[in-house]
Design a protein around this ligand. Structure first.
Ligand SMILES: Cc1cc2nc3c(=O)[nH]c(=O)nc-3n(C[C@H](O)[C@H](O)[C@H](O)COP(=O)(O)O)c2cc1C
Length: 355
């Protein structure tokens, strides 16, 4: 089979995954307006190509938090990769390493962070942190991640409670008994377990800006906040001394009705400028989506669901293919807009009526 674009991988995954798994991956919150708008928003943006600029050599490399990656697309944190492929996150780590890009491993991985590191010892990785009410469990995760060589902590800030995903409720979605949230094994008492093998409602809803200082006191690693959607919070993030922001609405899985991330990026970039690195996830499906996000100020973007489709197709190899398709499309979009390296990508590439 020859899959030429990310929607081909999506169609394959939809056809081959069990319905309950597909529904879990695809789900948005409530009416899924935000999930769908994440994609549609890119289709509303028009490009302004420059021509006659000798694009015989196009360099897609960039740097994030001081590390070079081969192109500005990394893997967003998503849980439960073993639902997509037997080796789960081990395959994800290998694919990201092979493609020389960044993998943000989820707290809710079905492989432990130790297994992830062992699968791709030289890989460039960040660790995504959920803070649970049992703070000692979160503290232990951060210390392990730092000791294992993860290069940043990505704190997800948009889940004080889980969003309402209708299909998951209808399906009574549960992690199958042979899988578990490996990173948290031993952290909670057995009799407490009820949600994904963790205590129900165990996320810390009291989390506040004060806790950023607490997190900073636990680790020397740079801290990136994931789930920022307004200039007010972006400004607070900068004032609290974090090193990066991921403009994210959790793939539309949390609060339905918030803007597409590409739309939120504009106001955030205006206030943050170059004080900290700004990244984005949500709805990236083509190389020109990547180009548009960079044109509007993202340093790098991350893919969530498309990575799961790649895994569902052929594990490590399938995810490598997904990344290669995006890389080739991104290089082509650069060439066709007259950009020879990522520093030439800027606002001038986007029609101003949209901003
Ligand atoms: C199945 C699934 C599981 C997810 N799990 C996590 C998670 O464990 N931690 C987290 O911070 N974000 C999680 N996310 C959100 C992603 O990191 C990301 O924000 C989103 O998927 C990006 O949108 P996209 O899927 O359109 O690329 C999850 C998303 C999906 C689809």
């Amino acid at each position: 089979m020859f899959l030429v674009c990310l929607s081909d991988f999506e169609a394959y995954a939809k056809k081959h995954l069990p319905k309950v798994t597909w529904d879990y991956f695809a789900a948005g919150a409530d009416e899924s307006c935000t999930r769908d708008d994440n994609l549609m928003a890119y289709k509303r943006i028009r490009l302004r190509p420059r021509v006659l600029r000798d694009v015989s050599v196009v360099d897609t490399k960039t740097m994030i938090l001081g590390t070079e990656i081969s192109f500005p697309v990394g893997i967003a944190p998503t849980g439960f990769h073993k639902l997509a492929w037997p080796d789960g996150e081990e395959s994800t780590a290998k694919a990201a390493d092979a493609m020389n890009t960044c993998y943000i491993a989820s707290t809710y991985a079905t492989c432990s962070m130790e297994e992830i590191v062992a699968a791709a010892p030289t890989g460039f990785r960040w660790f995504q942190l959920y803070i649970h009410q049992k703070r000692s469990a979160s503290e232990w995760l951060v210390r392990r991640a730092e000791a294992l060589g993860f290069q940043a902590v990505v704190l997800t800030v948009d889940v004080p409670y889980s969003g309402k995903r209708r299909e998951d409720l209808r399906n009574d979605f549960q992690l199958p008994p042979h899988l578990s949230v490996k990173n948290l094994e031993g952290s909670f008492e057995d009799h407490d377990r009820s949600e994904y093998g963790l205590p129900a409602n165990s996320m810390e809803p009291r989390l506040s800006w004060e806790d950023i200082r607490w997190l900073q006191s636990l680790t020397h690693l740079p801290i990136v906040l994931k789930g920022i959607l307004t200039k007010e919070d972006a400004d607070l993030a900068v004032r609290h001394g974090v090193q990066g922001i991921i403009v994210s609405n959790h793939g539309g899985r949390q609060l339905d009705g918030v803007p597409a991330t590409i739309d939120a990026l504009v106001e955030i970039k205006e206030i943050v400028q170059d004080k900290v690195e700004v990244y984005l996830d949500g709805g990236i499906r083509t190389g020109s989506d990547v180009l548009k996000a960079l044109a509007l100020g993202a340093k790098c973007v991350f893919i969530g669901r498309p990575a799961l489709w790649g895994l569902a197709y052929k594990g490590e190899e399938g995810l490598r293919e997904v990344l290669q398709v995006l890389k080739d499309e991104f290089r082509l979009s650069m060439a066709l807009t007259g950009c020879r390296n990522v520093s030439e990508i800027g606002r001038h590439l986007v029609q101003s009526s949209r901003l």
